[in-house]
Ligand binder design. Structure first.
Ligand code: HEM
Length: 517
């Protein structure tokens, strides 16, 4: 058995890393005609659909684009008829990518039960997420969704904004920014926002403060292990064949060994907190805390593995999504002083520490965040597995077991959806001016704008995310200006594993607004 694994461990990488590159150069040398006819040109380049070869499909084309996969697939979706593109993976497997709102509605709502997370994705994430809501289908998912939905009511949201977010903002974030401003220090703003979001979501999910944003604090072991587990688990999706990570896991080598250690660390820590909470609950009979874990436990769900899995899924869902959105938001704001001015105007009309209703009423900021996530969605792609053979509204035939991905990033950049000015950062496309002179928010349907997914599995934390982001934007911009130190003319690179990131971080200087205005 071991010998077989060792053979595979040698043969599989040999095929993908040695034989394939040789084939690549062979085809490149002999067949530029191998590319299909030109489909679309822009001022800088010609965009073409990739050639498909026997056995390897279009693997070479996607390898050649390196870390521009999202952008390349977006181009393919945009030039394909019905905004639906079939990518041919090695060994005859096909994968459909779509940017067609009718198809998105079809897979996320009309034929919801036919397009599930599926076995492949669940297997990939199960070492880390177990059967938590993010990694479950059918009744396991439904039950968690029903129980968790109760936790996202107005009362919880109000407490969240007025206690958790406010405390993290005024006790940690503002002092860090004030110090950076005084010292003229450059900060990685993406890292700061990620730490802010991690502290927030742990407090909500566990009632536990990992103190990740505390100045000069050691990165907590839990946060570090969580990050490592997320990154390695999501890299499993990138392996050309699932067999590769499975073999590495069986042999406990390389990244899989690191994953095992990280997951053990996360689970041990999470279970320790669950036990402590259970003890507390027994002693006090009812808990005052508002965290989800306490609520789950006090409503009779006491199975340790079950509640641990749920809580971990929530941390994952809330950890890097809001920070990704805010990173790009502050980048776009720095390039669009007119929009920043409008946002600031709205903030200055509220009190210094705006309460829930005031935050809710920040309509222009809400629109600016929607607009920023249109161009830079925190979750750029979302994949479903087909349960039974079907035909999509675009006419594409899908077979049982095939993957269908809706391409959120592409959809935010399609002229057919947003018009000729799709590339402009324009919050006003989400707004109408009322006779009173106030803005009114005009939403888009969630199948055209599936940034939070859509249908029965639409993001549970959407409203909480907006409240957190708006409160944070108000807290920062009222006092500071965020000035990127990215060289002039350089566009930061957008890439993603599960959630999007700015490659290399987001270096900024912080200026006290009093001095800068
Ligand atoms: C800007 C911020 C956010 C964005 C763009 C976002 C987006 C998404 C997306 C695209 C999904 C679907 C993922 C999938 O099933 O593959 C999702 C699911 C989910 N999100 Fe969010 N999310 C955000 C913030 C949050 C926050 C702060 C929380 C929790 C407090 C949260 C909780 C959840 C949960 C529990 C699910 C799973 C829902 C289900 O499967 O039924 N999200 N979110």
């Amino acid at each position: 058995m071991i010998a077989m694994f060792l053979n595979l461990q040698v043969l599989v990488p040999l095929f993908f890393f040695f034989i394939l590159p040789v084939l690549f150069f062979f085809f490149l040398g002999h067949s530029s005609a191998g590319l299909k006819k030109k489909k679309e040109t822009d001022s800088r380049r010609t965009i073409t659909l990739p050639k498909t070869y026997p056995l390897i499909g279009s693997y070479l084309a996607i390898q050649a684009v390196g870390n521009r996969r999202i952008q390349w697939l977006s181009d393919m979706v945009k030039i394909s008829s019905g905004a639906t593109f079939t990518f041919h993976r090695p060994l005859g497997r096909s994968h459909v990518f779509t940017g067609n709102p009718a198809t998105v509605e079809y897979i996320l709502k009309t034929r919801f039960s036919n397009y599930q997370k599926g076995r492949t994705a669940i297997n990939i994430l199960s070492d880390f997420l177990g059967t938590g809501i993010f990694n479950a289908d059918g009744n396991t998912w439904k039950f968690q969704r029903q129980v968790a939905s109760h936790e996202f009511n107005t009362k919880s949201l109000r407490k969240f904004v007025e206690h958790v977010v406010d405390a993290e903002l005024s006790n940690r974030l503002v002092p860090i920014l004030a110090l950076a401003a005084a010292q003229g220090k450059t900060l990685d703003f993406q890292d700061i926002l990620q730490r802010f979001a991690f502290d927030n979501i742990c407090k909500i999910a566990f009632g536990f403060d990992p103190e990740y944003l505390k100045p000069s604090a050691e990165r907590s072991k839990f946060a570090k292990a969580f990050e490592e587990a997320t990154e390695i688990s999501s890299k499993r999706f990138r392996e050309p064949l699932p067999l590769i990570w499975k073999v590495k896991r069986a042999l406990n080598i390389g990244s899989e060994k690191k994953l095992r250690i990280a997951v053990k660390e996360v689970l041990e820590f999470a279970k320790h907190i669950v036990r402590e909470k259970k003890k507390e609950l027994k002693e006090k009979e009812s808990l005052e805390s508002v965290d989800m874990l306490s609520r789950f436990l006090s409503s009779g769900h006491s199975d340790e593995d079950f509640v641990t899995d749920i809580v971990i899924s929530f941390i994952l869902a809330g950890k890097d999504t809001t920070s990704a959105a805010l990173t790009w938001f502050f980048w776009l704001l720095s390039k669009n002083p007119r929009v920043e001015k409008e946002v600031l105007k709205e903030i200055m009309e509220k009190s210094e520490a705006p309460v829930y209703d005031e935050v809710k009423d920040m309509v222009y900021t809400h629109a600016a965040l929607c607009e920023s996530m249109r161009l830079y969605p925190p979750v750029p792609l979302d994949t479903k597995e087909t349960m039974n053979d079907d035909v999509l509204p675009s006419g594409t035939v899908v077979k049982k077991g095939m993957f269908v991905t809706y391409h959120v990033y592409a959809m935010g950049r399609m002229e057919s959806i947003w018009g000729e000015d799709w590339a402009e950062f324009k919050p006003e496309r989400w707004l109408e001016k009322l006779q009173t002179g106030k803005w009114n928010f005009v939403g888009r349907d969630s199948f055209t704008y599936p940034v939070f997914q859509a249908g029965p599995r639409i993001c549970l934390g959407k409203e909480m995310a907006f409240m957190q982001m708006k409160r944070l934007v108000a807290g920062i911009l009222r006092r500071f200006t965020v000035v990127p130190t990215v060289a002039k003319g350089v566009e930061p690179h957008y890439f993603a594993f599960l959630t999007s990131q700015m490659e290399g971080g987001f270096p900024v200087k912080i200026l006290e607004r009093v001095h800068s205005d």
